[in-house]
Write a new protein. Sequence first.
Length: 82
Amino acid sequence: MKTIIILLLSIIQLPCIIEGWISYLLSSIMFFTAIVSLIWWPLDMLCALLWAGCEYIKQKCLSHNLKFSDALVLYTHLFPIV
């Protein structure tokens, strides 16, 4: 049962990672930086919360002691620093 829950949560996390990389690649273009940040920022925050929530639940299923704030830090480590 834990395996199925973890698999489903991982599938939910996948679009968040894809959205994060699209946002990162678009923000690397100087011209679109201001436009992209206004449009993508709320979506980035929602995806970060969704990804961190899924990771938090996955770690609880595995009986690991992970804080939600640590899950948010893990999300930020998925992407290079600009």
